[in-house]
Ligand binder design. Structure first.
Ligand SMILES: [Zn+2]
Length: 201
């Protein structure tokens, strides 16, 4: 396990290496950001966007929460989406789910208010999705398969939720070529695959 002191040392090594490889790297980084993609992903430490997409600082604007949910009452994500589209002029939005998601597995297990007062409330929408798709999910005969299918269904649902947000509807009304992609990340293979896509009607 790494301590914060070790993280600080690793950061110094990284900064020195980047400056050595490209002397203007931090000058550009400090000047402005010009990200091409907004990434809405799970907080899970294994799904680290810069690493799995081999991108550099400045390329991807990021919002992460437990189980990569898009809620119409979450001012945090709505603000991130608004700033991405209105200020950063981002036209590619990714909602990324992943295999073996702890949030999805917790939702499959039902509410657990005794341990997770806030997480249990946060995951309600996934429990609702499980109820709506219960026949399909319960027909899968292993726990991992059930969780992975619900993660996929949820990712598609979050793309649909996002597509109904004010900022997105306004962008499409104005002819903006904005697209929202639903991706799934395989932890076993390290690969992303697209499961859904939404664009202007
Ligand atoms: Zn997760």
């Amino acid at each position: 396990m790494k301590t914060v002191d070790q993280l600080l040392l690793l950061n110094q090594e990284w900064a020195a290496r980047k400056a050595g490889e490209d002397s203007a790297f931090f000058t550009r980084l400090a000047a402005a950001q010009n990200p091409h993609t907004l990434w809405i992903g799970c907080s899970d430490s294994r799904v680290s966007v810069d690493t799995i997409t081999a991108t550099e600082p400045g390329e991807i604007f990021v919002h992460r929460n437990i189980a990569n949910l898009v809620s119409s009452t979450d001012f945090n994500i709505l603000s991130v989406v608004e700033f991405s589209v209105e200020a950063l002029k981002i036209n590619n939005i990714v909602v990324c789910g992943h295999e073996n998601c702890g949030g999805i597995k917790a939702a499959l297990g039902g509410p657990d208010h005794s341990t997770f007062r806030f997480v249990t409330g946060w995951l309600k929408n996934i429990r609702d999705l499980y109820r709506l798709h219960r026949d399909e999910i319960d027909a899968i005969d292993d726990d991992a398969g059930r969780a992975n299918r619900l993660a996929e269904i949820s990712t598609i649902e979050q793309v649909n939720n996002l597509s109904q947000a004010y900022t997105i509807q306004k962008a499409w009304d104005n002819g903006c070529p904005l697209r929202i992609y639903g991706l799934m990340f395989s932890l076993k293979e390290g690969r992303l695959r697209q499961v859904f896509e939404k664009f202007a009607p």
